[in-house]
Design a protein around this ligand. Sequence first.
Ligand SMILES: Nc1ncnc2c1ncn2[C@@H]1O[C@H](COP(=O)(O)OP(=O)(O)O)[C@@H](O)[C@H]1O
Ligand SMILES: C[C@@](O)(CCOP(=O)(O)O)CC(=O)O
Ligand SMILES: [Mg+2]
Length: 405
Amino acid sequence: MGARAEGEMLARTLCVSAPGKVILHGEHAVVHGKAALAVAVNLRTFLKMTPRNDGRVSVELPNIGTRLCWETAELQPLLVAFPAALTESLPPSPEQIEKLKEFAGLTDTTAATQSLATLAFLYLYLSIASKCGFLPSVAILVYSELPTGAGLGSSAAYSVCLAGALLSGCGVIGYPLEEGQAVGRWSEEELALINSWAFRGEQVIHGNPSGVDNAVGTRGGALRYQSGNICSLKSVPTLRILLTNTRVPRSTKVLVAGVKDKIMKFPAVMEPVLTSIDAISQECETVLEAMAERPSLEHYPVLEELVDINQHHLNVMGVGHSSLDKVCQVTASHGLHSKLTGAGGGGCAITLLRPDTAPSVVEAAIRDLGDCGFECWETDIGASGIRAHSLQSLKAEVLEAFGRM
Ligand SMILES: Nc1ncnc2c1ncn2[C@@H]1O[C@H](COP(=O)(O)OP(=O)(O)O)[C@@H](O)[C@H]1O
Ligand SMILES: C[C@@](O)(CCOP(=O)(O)O)CC(=O)O
Ligand SMILES: [Mg+2]
């Protein structure tokens, strides 16, 4: 697609998608500067953005039953609180969030799910619009295959899609889809910009995110993340992972804040736990590299033991839940090893499957987990990061979701 001047609105419909993720090790500790290993999973969030000609901006969020619509003229006065220089260099401020809450009529009685999604959209829309000097009149629809609020990075996939679409739509970055092309990808430099803005969206939703989720949602694959440093893991073996959704709702923002409180209350107790989790991430990465070089079943007992140790540490940090304990007990009864993934407190767990784990064992574990009311599915890891798509290339259920609104 030919280059457009920054600030020149894309005059066509664009479509982007970003993957969810699984944190193998390091959730919560990564918020406090330790290493985490995260892999993208092929459950994706899709966003379609279409130019409007009526001076309005609308947002359809069917996964959370939310529809938003404003006149861009209503939004114009808010730009004063979003000067480009400020929003690019500083995190969302409490004053900015308060202004957005007041504007959108969000109160303490508004469901957090709706409130956070609305605030993240408005923050990114106004910040990027401020950077390119105009308020685009567009219709946005976001549809996700990810369970929302379950530890699979749905907030990050949402933020990455919004950042990619708005930056492309406003001409800050290109839209990498030539005529006749099905899928396009941005340059490294553009991905870095998408990631940094997605991180801003995560800051609105999570409060104090580490950045691992938006990093893996932007770049895909498998990576080690520590204090802003992203290291893509080139040699990662194919891992079989069983995902179990306990369906217990929880808020990452609340759980992350709770861990911070515990660290503040018991620093001498909690710092060694964080250091131990950091060592687990490093040890796991070493084993995965060895497996990639020389595949062998001998490495699995080590991986399984690291899973067990990390799960115990997460319970010590206060982010376990009886439903997650149940997943661990049920899978252990089949000789399998599980841990929570993401913020915990419910949501999803991962179970490591060996290459030679008998299908009958997996089926029995899935059956028993289903009897507990949990939803299970085996997933492959290492999905691609954010992508641009032609509408024609999208699978039927996505087109259906895009079309029914
Ligand atoms: N598809 C979506 N549509 C609208 N909002 C979404 C979507 N996915 C995630 N969100 C926002 O992200 C929040 C979930 O974030 P979080 O608590 O971090 O859970 P997760 O583990 O899924 O990232 C939701 O409450 C909602 O505000
Ligand atoms: C708990 C944490 O480490 C991961 C949160 O993952 P999720 O939002 O629950 O998918 C928080 C963070 O790293 O920002
Ligand atoms: Mg999240």
